[in-house]
Design a protein around this ligand. Structure first.
Ligand SMILES: [Zn+2]
Length: 454
């Protein structure tokens, strides 16, 4: 009797040795080499990026196999041994967890996974769901990693998804921050594969984005629309250091999956990822540091929206909003002292612009000097010749709006992992989960063909 078998892994990141994607790549390769049959590429699932205690893009991994009943124990043993081997348990910030689920993914789990993209889930809740699903959970330390481990199994990657090829460094190079990757070859690759890959280069600054900067084991990662394209793009890069291994992941990166939940303002809570639609209720103001705040309201309340300096055009657009404009704002909710909330803007859609009218005091009919107001409802007076003008002489000047209706995004260098880049607008990849076995054979062939010789 064959059965689907899913392994979810979260939070094995450690500052020096580990990285959850590495553990998953290792485990996938090991299981395949022992003859176990995968259903799909390993999944790299990004969850709610606005949870403060999660770092590095809140990623979890899952592997999906089809197994004989009598193989389950061996696969579990290998999985736990691999995670233990790649995890540095002394790292205070990690709470590694592994979850096993037998059989097809039930709706309860898909719903849980969707909520893990935009809400905060409690450990109590995840334990409850795991129990209801009869999922087997293994904690190497605290319980925090459980949310990601379980959620990654139920991720809705049959909806929009992308791929990432990740190459890993050899032991002697891990910990050095400079990666010997030829940046010109990355720009060339970007020119060749720009439509099939994304976020290789930040075009405003020319900055190469495929290499991380920390001491982690990732040498580089290339994101794109399909496995063959990211593999080909990878082969174009000139790399002057040995590669320990490379793996292709199916992922929800670049899909805006965390921005699917539209909420009314009164229901906003700290650390949600959310979308609100409303009307700008006041003139934007600029804070020290250049950040722009504009208040947006719907029929249930209003909230400050913050467009940080790094968001580029988003900030520039926010600055041009006026009271009465209609906007759809996406981003993360942050608490402020006194219970106030701020929505940190990740995407700004201007849906309607009102006429912007600027009131101007009239000029004196006698000398032409600008008159001064004598106070509310009092009309105007010329300081020089004391001419008085009625209140109705106030001039309403229609101002040319400097922005247009449309979607505004931060530059690629400021993107979250989940941010859907402008180049992917209009693309929505949809495939059913049942990956046929002839596809997986192709996938394994492709993974095997990635050149890691240097
Ligand atoms: Zn005058």
């Amino acid at each position: 009797m064959q059965t689907e078998f899913h392994v979810g892994i979260d939070d094995t990141d450690s500052r020096l040795g580990g990285c959850t994607t590495y553990a998953a790549a290792l485990l996938f390769k090991e299981l395949v080499s022992k003859g176990f049959k995968p259903l799909d590429y390993p999944w790299l699932v990004r969850l709610n990026p606005n949870i403060p205690w999660k770092t590095r893009g809140n990623g979890a991994l899952s592997l999906h196999f089809t197994l004989e009943e009598e193989q389950l124990q061996e696969v579990k043993k290998i999985a736990i041994a691999t995670i233990e081997r790649t995890t540095d348990l002394n790292q205070r910030s990690t709470d590694p967890a592994v979850v096993f689920l037998k059989g097809p993914v039930p709706t309860l789990l898909s719903e849980f996974s969707t909520r893990a993209l935009h809400s905060i889930l409690s450990v109590r809740e995840v334990r409850h769901v795991a129990k209801a699903l009869d999922a087997e959970t293994h904690l190497l330390k605290g319980p925090r990693g459980l949310v990601g481990a379980l959620a990654s199994i139920g991720a809705n990657l049959c909806q929009d998804h992308t791929f990432e090829i990740i190459a890993y460094r050899t032991r002697e190079n891990i910990g050095t921050t400079r990666r010997r990757v030829n940046h010109n070859s990355v720009r060339l690759m970007d020119a060749m594969f720009g439509r099939l890959t994304f976020n290789n280069v930040d075009h405003e600054t020319g900055r190469v984005l495929i290499c991380p900067h920390g001491p982690d084991p990732v040498l580089l990662g290339i994101r794109g629309e399909d496995p063959a394209s990211v593999a080909k793009a990878f082969n174009q890069i000139e790399i002057d250091e040995p590669i320990e291994r490379a793996m292709i992941f199916k992922t929800n990166q670049g899909t805006d999956a965390h921005l699917s939940c539209h909420r009314k303002i009164e229901t906003l809570r700290p650390y949600q990822s959310t979308v609100i639609a409303g009307i700008v209720t006041g003139a934007p103001r600029v804070l020290r540091g250049g950040h722009v705040i504009f208040r947006t309201g719907d029929e249930t309340g209003s909230v400050d929206c913050a467009a940080y300096r790094a968001t580029g055009h988003v900030r520039g657009t926010a600055l041009q909003l006026v009271r009465g404009d209609s906007v759809t704002v996406s981003g993360g909710i942050r608490p402020r002292p006194l219970g106030e909330l701020t929505l940190n803007v990740e995407k700004l859609e201007v849906t309607e612009l009102v006429d912007s009218v600027r009131a101007e005091n009239p000029s004196c009919s006698n000398c032409g000097t600008r008159c001064e107001s004598m106070g509310r409802a009092q009309g105007f007076r010329c300081r020089k010749c004391k001419v008085r003008l009625p209140k109705t002489s106030l001039i309403q000047r229609l101002e040319q709006r400097k922005i247009t209706v449309g979607v505004y995004l931060p530059p690629p260098r400021a993107h979250r992992h989940l941010t859907k880049p402008a180049s992917r607008y209009g693309i929505h990849r949809h495939t059913p989960f049942e990956t046929k076995n002839d596809n997986i054979d192709q996938a394994l062939e492709l993974i095997g063909s990635i050149s890691i010789a240097s």
